[in-house]
Design a protein around this ligand. Structure first.
Ligand code: NDP
Length: 483
């Protein structure tokens, strides 16, 4: 018997994915550079399903039925590139190579083109959910040629996470790099969501002086509301956790320097190029960056930059209402962050000629991935209803949610500013909302400045065309000319 799918790379992700495939009725060929990993997988989990272990790449390729289909799950970068080339040399036209790592979508686009010239189907597939997701059901975002989906669809549907309604969290996102693009934006949204939750924690901790255990209980309660999500759930878990060695709240013994691997940065860089404003995601990336500027933070502590001792000015009676305000502010800001992320997908699709069903994207994020949440049902419903015009925020449900949260949102941002608590993502989301609502933006002034110092021209509100004013050196304008 031959294998209907193969996995190259049997570290945490590849081993988990192979087991998931085998447990769900697939015959899985497995290969790893160091063969001890292959042997260990078979020894530990060989009885979970049908595996065909191989110790050379040739043996591996020969154990696959045609069209040969292989998922590469090795270290991103050069090792992934090397395996793509090696497999391509052994493959025939019609065979399928899947890159399941977090690859930059432009690299995927380049590789897909190269492989297509050799007749090989190349599929960049975003996989979210970490090791546990890979084993129990990830959210999967495959791109690549439509034709490859005929074979991959049933296999991926067999292993993907299942949403509450039973539908598998996978869909063919679009051609070439579309899958990796959507996975990139998923991670960007994840950054924003995590930052917003972290700001909420800070407001309750330093603002209201609550203990980590008390805040954990609050997040547990919030998880029963429209905020219900995996990230809120694990936030409560982290905050409940007590360090065994010291007996201190675990949160207090973790270094306050947030690291990153790059997908958030790519999301923002890509957004700048498109361009599309994803201010919440950008603030989240910058907030992590600032947390890692150790030298500056230490110097700031030595000089103690003047300002209030972080607090939120409230009477005891007002505190309870403020906790609710933070919850509303979190929900409103989350709507903005997701709306921005979906804007980026929609602009990306326009730029790179992908047909992406945004409702389907929201649907496959409902389970298996890190940003899985009740809320995504609302987003998919909104897209499916056709009630979204140019942004998610104009959908009646989200519009109403934003309007209802508004007073709380403003109160939280104002109190945070007065009390010296940084809320970059909260305040950026509120400013985005207010900028969008503004009938007239100060962008007019910027155009005036640009025309004065650089003759960059401007448009007029009262007639069509492109204009430039001949500014005199004494600052008085002379004549207006049409360009
Ligand atoms: P790692 O990223 O730690 O990579 C280890 C694997 O890569 C091993 O199979 C290793 O083989 C192989 N490898 C490393 N260097 C080379 C090389 N020079 N030549 C050949 N093989 C090499 O594994 P993970 O399982 O953590 O991740 C795999 C992929 O999945 C990555 O691209 C990652 O970005 C992606 N991913 C990871 C997630 C996660 O939560 N970890 C989530 C989603 C995607 P050997 O055993 O011989 O050293």
């Amino acid at each position: 018997e031959k294998a209907n799918i193969g996995v190259v790379g049997l570290a945490a992700m590849g081993a988990a994915l192979s087991r998931n495939l085998a447990r769900n009725g697939n015959t899985v060929a497995v290969f790893n550079r160091s063969s001890w990993r292959t042997d260990e997988l078979i020894k530990e989990h060989g009885e979970e399903g049908k595996f065909i272990p191989a110790h050379t790449l040739e043996e591996f390729v020969n154990s696959l039925e045609k069209p040969r289909t292989v998922i590469i799950m090795v270290k991103a970068g050069a090792p992934t590139e090397a395996f793509i080339q090696k497999l391509a040399d052994l493959f025939e036209p019609g065979d399928i190579i899947i890159d399941g790592g977090n690859t930059y979508f432009k690299d995927t686009m380049r590789r897909e083109k190269e492989m297509a010239e050799r007749g090989i189907h190349f599929v960049g597939c975003g996989i979210s959910g970490g090791e546990q997701g890979a084993l129990l059901g990830p959210s999967m975002m495959p791109g690549g040629p439509e034709e490859s989906w005929k074979k991959l669809g049933p296999i991926f549907e067999s292993i993907a996470a299942k949403a509450e309604d039973g539908s598998p969290c996978v869909t063919h996102i679009g051609e070439n790099g579309a899958g990796h693009f959507v996975k990139m934006v998923h991670n960007g949204i994840e950054y924003a969501d995590m930052q917003l939750i972290a700001e909420s924690y800070d407001l309750l901790r330093r603002g209201l002086g609550l203990s980590p255990a008390e805040i954990a209980d609050i997040f547990d309660e919030w998880n029963k509301t429209e905020l219900n999500s995996y990230l809120i759930e694990i936030t409560a878990e982290v905050l409940h956790h007590v360090d065994e060695k010291t007996g201190k709240p675990f949160i207090d013994i973790i270094k306050d320097q947030a690291q990153m691997k790059g997908t958030g940065t790519w999301t923002v860089q890509t957004a700048l190029d498109l361009p599309v404003p994803v201010s919440a995601i950008a603030e989240a990336v910058f907030a992590r960056g600032l947390s890692e500027r150790v030298e500056q933070r230490e110097e700031a502590q030595k000089n103690i930059l003047a300002g209030p001792t972080p607090h939120v000015e409230l009477s005891d009676e007002e505190k309870k209402a403020f906790i609710e305000d933070v919850r509303h502010a979190l929900y409103a800001s989350k709507i903005i962050a997701y709306a921005q992320g979906f804007d980026e997908i929609s602009e990306g699709a326009r730029q790179y000629n992908w047909t992406i069903d945004l409702g389907a994207v929201a649907r496959i994020w409902r389970a298996g991935c890190i940003i899985r949440a009740q809320f995504l049902n609302r987003i998919s419903d909104a897209y499916d209803s056709g009630e979204i015009t140019s942004s998610l925020v104009f959908n009646p449900y989200f519009k109403k949610s934003l309007e209802e949260a508004q007073n709380s949102w403003r109160n939280v941002v104002a109190k945070a500013a007065l009390g010296g608590i940084p809320v970059p993502a909260f305040s950026s989301c509120l400013s985005y909302y207010d900028a969008l609502r503004s009938d007239r933006l100060p962008a007019a002034l910027i155009q005036g400045q640009r025309d004065l110092f650089g003759a960059h021209t401007y448009g007029r509100v009262d007639k069509p065309g492109v204009f430039h004013t001949l500014w005199a050196e004494d600052g008085q304008h002379e004549v207006e000319e049409t360009r």
